[in-house]
Design a protein around this ligand. Structure first.
Ligand code: PMV
Length: 337
């Protein structure tokens, strides 16, 4: 069993996932639609090591018991598959090393790229050849949004109906090259978020009076966004994406106690992006469970968007990325992502 390295890009949802239909298996209460990013990546190495007593997991240079638990659970699932498939009778524990090239835990979906890269590397390291949908289901068990980073470009994640989660998987809608949008990310804070997404989702489902409206309206948003993507209709995608983003945050704010992921700079960025669009620039915003703002734009409009966001007080750094490919293996000794 050799050491295997994989890489995956972060993704951002345009139609948001918020809420779980089952905690067991980490099954989403709603479908979602996302774009996979090229330049915000995880690089994960999995090296099965006979003789090791237990998995040794280092994420961004740190051994953190809480984070490692979910990684070990994912490795256990993959080892069970390897045993069932007869490719290994007693697959040994592994050394796992994973690095992100962007800040962790601040609403930039580091768990998405991390778990997508992990399942691709671990499946190969333990000798399994799995269909993309199987890899997507394995990634989803680690982190809901990770199911989407298995694929590149525009991706749709199904809520699924089955209890075993086999239909709660993502599928590719449109490759990145077919509609080359770009994303400018405004980092407004580098601290780890106060309330993680799982905790936030569960609190929202339990306490928000808007919960049933959220569930009931998701399918229409997905249909709208899917049609916008297939028709390369920027205005239509902008409209439904901002709607879904603000609806998710409105929902989270209506939990008790309310979840407020934004800071002042977040709000100012949203206002600037809307002003740019009113003045004819092809740009819209989205925000995940953190204070960072993602501006999705047509390539010709990146420069004015960067200028506008750079001048917002409280914007610390701007990142810029095209859309990118899905999770994939890296050749031996490849440079860090
Ligand atoms: O994958 P998780 O459990 O970190 O949840 C992601 C939730 C959001 O990023 C806020 C929305 C989404 O669809 O990615």
């Amino acid at each position: 069993m050799a050491s295997v390295t994989a890489t995956a890009g972060a993704n951002i949802a345009l139609v948001k996932y918020w809420g779980k239909r089952s905690l067991e298996g980490n099954l989403p209460a709603v479908g979602s639609l996302s774009i996979t990013l090229q330049a915000l990546r995880s690089r994960t190495e999995v090296a099965p090591a006979p003789g090791l007593e237990r998995d040794d997991v280092v994420l961004n240079g740190r051994r953190d018991e809480g984070q490692a638990r979910r990684v070990v659970d994912t490795l256990e699932r993959i080892r069970a598959l390897a045993r069932d498939a007869g490719v290994a009778t007693a697959p040994p524990p592994a050394v796992v090393r994973s690095e992100n090239n962007f800040p962790t835990g601040a609403g930039l979906a580091s768990s998405a790229s991390g778990f997508a890269a992990l399942v691709v590397a671990a499946a190969a390291a333990y000798g399994l050849t799995l269909a993309p949908a199987r890899l997507s289901a394995l990634a989803r068990a680690g982190s809901g949004s990770a199911a989407r980073s298995i694929f590149g470009g525009f991706v749709e994640m199904a809520r699924g109906e089955r209890e075993d989660g086999s239909d709660a998987v993502a599928r590719p809608l449109l490759p990145a090259a077919d509609w080359p949008l770009e994303v400018v990310v405004a980092i407004t804070a580098r601290a780890e978020k106060a309330v993680g997404s799982t905790q936030g989702m569960n609190l929202t489902a339990r306490t928000s009076p808007y919960w049933s409206g959220w569930l009931a309206s998701q399918e229409a948003d997905l249909e709208e966004a899917r049609a916008a993507v297939m028709g390369r209709d920027f205005e239509r995608l902008a409209d439904v994406s901002e709607f879904s983003c603000l609806k998710m945050h409105g929902l989270a704010m209506s939990a008790r106690p309310g979840l407020l992921y934004w800071n002042g700079a977040t709000v100012e960025c949203l206002q600037r992006i809307r002003a740019l669009r009113r003045s004819g620039h092809a740009v819209f915003f989205t925000v995940d469970a953190g204070p960072q703002v993602k501006a999705v734009c047509a390539p010709a409009h990146v420069a004015p968007v960067r200028d506008a966001l750079a001048s917002v007080a409280g914007v610390d750094t701007l990142l810029h990325t095209p859309l990118g490919p899905g999770a994939h293996l890296l050749p031996d000794g490849a440079a860090p992502a």
